[in-house]
Design a binder for this molecule. Structure first.
Ligand code: NDP
Ligand code: GDR
Length: 370
């Protein structure tokens, strides 16, 4: 049985990847941070009682900023594969906490690579580094491939650029099997609530159900190449099964503006949206509501721009060319953007219906959204 260590196991990708590897018969170890509250929501269905025999899923406390912890865990676990997914992954927040982001996302990757080297596991342990389309930043070339030059536009992207190159360097210097997956945006029903897609699908569901009046967003013109996280974690595994360690772009090859994503999400609850105005004055109005379950009057303003969500430097256009992964690894995504939006909306509608019933029963509900 192969043994994998996943850092960032409590995140969106960590949860899907754990499930995927367990289904493949792996023993999976996950690194989770200590938190004052439970932070294992996404993996609770995989949890196994520590008292039962023959477990194949183990969680360990740890942090990407703590070398001694990482060395000890890797020594104990002796993993065949490490998936380094842990990161402060929010681009906008990285402008607020740039030093921490550099430490966790940049140096954190070095700590993993160096632990493997120090422990003499270079020939045993394969390493996947969660690299990102944010490396491309300011548009140099479209579509973006493995050879497109990087121009990072945030502390997050700069930290990830260090992580990218230190992975390449350890591969070349020490002959390690270490790869970068340059993954474009991927989303799902368990996407973090403050990333734009999930923020939109949650709000569309809440607005349809009368739980929220309006959705405030930042730059509606940004264009992203959005795929489904389930398709992308499969590729992480495939990348580590390739004969030689290389770097790979994983993307759908289609790009869509944030504004279009908003329209698609609202369409799932029968609401036709019309955008008027420009820049910070741009607003989305209900043109029609065709679903009798939801009653939203024509002309209601449900989307508005709030400049607080603008970033000091923005990444305007991402569109990836995954030809290399298609040709050499057989990359075929199962979900297109419409499938993704439908999946996210169905899930958020269910979640918000629960909230509505609680509210109707006079139970307190959480009302926090950023
Ligand atoms: P999430 O933000 O959902 O998950 C991040 C994970 O990292 C969480 O488990 C989080 O723990 C953990 N983490 C954060 N800081 C630390 C730390 N200092 N020590 C240990 N663990 C830490 O991200 P995704 O699942 O979406 O992404 C996975 C990886 O892929 C990230 O590295 C991200 O930057 C990268 N990536 C993501 C893309 C996407 O579109 N989703 C695209 C390209 C790259 P906690 O739950 O406690 O917060
Ligand atoms: P991104 O994802 O920055 O691409 O990073 P995010 O969903 O945060 O933003 C996408 C685009 O939408 C615009 N936007 C808003 N974004 C947020 N979060 N909130 C808003 O209200 C809003 N309004 C408009 C943004 O300006 C941006 O242009 C994600 C993360 O998962 C990274 O970790 C990963 O590396 C990249 O994807 C690939």
């Amino acid at each position: 049985m192969k043994v994998a260590l996943i850092t960032g196991v409590t995140g969106q990708d960590g949860a899907y990847l754990s499930e995927f590897l367990l289904n493949k018969g792996y023993i999976v170890h996950g690194l989770k941070r200590r938190s004052s509250q439970f932070n294992t929501d996404r993996i609770d269905h995989l949890y196994q009682d520590p008292h039962v025999e023959h477990r194949n899923f183990f969680l360990h406390y740890g942090d990407m900023t703590d070398s001694t912890n990482l060395i000890r865990l890797i020594q104990e676990i002796q993993p065949d594969e490490i998936y380094n997914l842990a990161a402060m992954s929010h681009v906008h927040v990285s402008f607020e906490i740039p030093e921490y982001t550099g430490n966790a996302d940049g140096l954190g990757t070095l700590r993993i690579l160096d632990a493997v080297r120090l422990l003499g596991l270079e020939k045993k342990t394969r390493i996947y580094q969660a690299s990102t389309s944010e490396l491309y930043g300011k548009v140099q070339e479209v579509p973006q491939t493995e050879t497109t030059p990087f121009y990072p536009r945030s502390p997050y992207a700069v930290a990830k650029m260090y992580a990218y190159w230190i992975t390449v360097n350890y591969r070349e210097a020490y002959g390690m099997y270490a790869c970068n997956g340059i993954l474009f945006n991927h989303e799902s029903p368990i996407r973090g609530e403050t990333f734009v897609t999930r923020k939109i699908t949650r709000a569309a569901a809440r607005i349809a159900l009368g739980l929220q009046d309006k959705l405030y967003l930042g730059n509606l013109d940004a264009q992203r190449d959005w795929g489904h996280a389930k398709d992308y974690v499969r590729m992480m595994w495939m990348i580590l099964q390739a004969e030689t360690p290389e770097d790979w772009v994983i993307a759908t090859g289609k790009t869509t503006a944030v504004r279009e994503f908003v329209k698609m999400a609202f369409a799932e609850v029968g609401i036709e949206l019309e955008f008027k105005g420009s820049g910070v004055d741009e607003k989305g109005y209900v043109a029609k509501c065709n679903d009798s379950r939801f009653q939203i009057a024509e002309g209601t303003e449900v989307v508005a721009v709030d400049p607080k969500y603008f970033r000091p430097t923005e990444v305007d256009l991402l569109i990836g060319d995954a030809s290399k992964a298609k040709n050499k690894l057989g990359w075929v995504p199962e979900y297109n953007l419409q499938d993704l939006v439908t999946d996210m909306m169905q899930s958020d509608l269910k979640l918000m219906q629960k909230e509505m019933y609680l509210k109707q029963g006079n139970f307190e509900t959480k009302n926090y959204f950023e």
